[in-house]
Design a protein around this ligand. Structure first.
Ligand SMILES: Nc1ncnc2c1ncn2[C@@H]1O[C@H](COP(=O)(O)OP(=O)(O)OP(=O)(O)O)[C@@H](O)[C@H]1O
Ligand SMILES: [Mg+2]
Length: 296
């Protein structure tokens, strides 16, 4: 048991250049992907649309981006991205496909992996199999600079395990009082889970700049004052009926209508994310390791 924990710690630290995963020796990649969770509190505030459009914006800015759909059972990244995946993690664990097969290339250059319910089977794997799977996931660090994890809504353990495992966390809210209250609840729970990332706020569906600014300032202030949690603002996404139309057409708005206000605001956020200082990253293997430690 101690042996396995130590191996996983080494993977997460990137302490070795190679890792023996079953029969294969996998080279440790020097550059590890930034793993960013996108979460909310209240459902339906726009996480999935924001994640997909942010991924496309980052791709246009020259980054290799992969989305992990962690809204287990209810995921709709595929729908918004306009592609379908044949396999998910469950199939990988059951050896019906390879690690490469579970990554789908969308028409817009964004890679996509569906977690499916298989992600929970990770916790039940034998030590050898677990090491093999984690070893295989390291390859994602070579294929992606940034991995966006689209979570489900809420503050339950299923969601929080993903959120706490990520290097960086984006909290999406609208300007509705209920969504703001739930975003605050999420920050509170993140603190209780001993999350260490600086939370970054995105206010979605704003009608005016001042509206977004006022909500962001209020949330940042109460989080600092009552929770001692430091929150930063990444910016606002404008209310835009073109986004709704794009959802219906299953083409991300940033592709369908790049000059619309929603698309432009997401590009601004992508730039802010790239030019801001990234958190120290343990890469994808580190993400899975932290996630698994929470399940066990
Ligand atoms: N900026 C926006 N302008 C207009 N409508 C928007 C905007 N963002 C999201 N919406 C609307 O909100 C709907 C829900 O968005 P989305 O599915 O991305 O939310 P979610 O937070 O991922 O939901 P869930 O919690 O169910 O996963 C979209 O289908 C769209 O109609
Ligand atoms: Mg969603």
């Amino acid at each position: 048991m101690r042996d396995q924990a130590e191996k996983l710690r080494e993977i997460a630290r990137g302490a070795r250049t190679t890792f023996n995963s079953g029969n294969a020796i996998i080279k440790k990649n020097a550059i590890q992907a930034r793993v960013i969770a996108v979460t909310s509190g209240k459902g339906g505030v726009g996480k999935t649309n924001f994640t997909v459009n942010l991924a496309v914006a980052l791709t246009k800015l020259g980054k290799n981006v992969m989305i992990i759909d962690a809204d287990l059972g209810l995921g709709n990244v595929e729908y918004v991205l306009g592609c379908t995946s044949r396999y998910n993690l469950y199939d990988l664990l059951n050896r019906t496909c390879t690690v490469k097969d579970i990554i789908t290339e969308s028409p817009h250059g964004v890679k996509f992996m569906s977690g499916g319910s298989g992600i929970y089977q990770l916790a039940e794997l034998s030590e050898d199999k677990l090491n093999e799977v984690i070893g295989q996931t390291m390859q994602y660090d070579e294929w992606a600079d940034i991995i966006l994890v689209d979570t489900g809504a809420g503050i339950n353990r299923n969601v929080m395990n993903f959120v706490v495992a990520a290097d960086e966390v984006i909290v999406v809210t609208t300007t509705e009082p209920t969504a703001i209250a739930d975003a605050y609840a999420l920050m509170k729970v993140y603190n209780i889970y001993n999350g260490t990332a600086t939370l970054k706020l995105v206010i979605n569906r704003v009608n005016e700049y001042s509206e977004g600014e006022s909500v962001a300032n209020k949330l940042i202030k109460v989080a600092q004052q009552f929770l001692g949690v430091s929150v930063g603002s990444l910016g606002f996404v404008y209310e835009d009926k073109n986004l709704v139309k794009a959802v219906k057409n299953q083409v991300p708005v940033i592709i369908a209508q790049p000059d619309t206000v929603a698309a432009r605001s997401i590009v601004d956020i992508a730039q802010r994310l790239l030019y801001g200082k990234p958190a120290n990253s343990d890469g994808i293997a580190g993400f899975f390791k932290k996630f698994l430690n929470r399940l066990r």
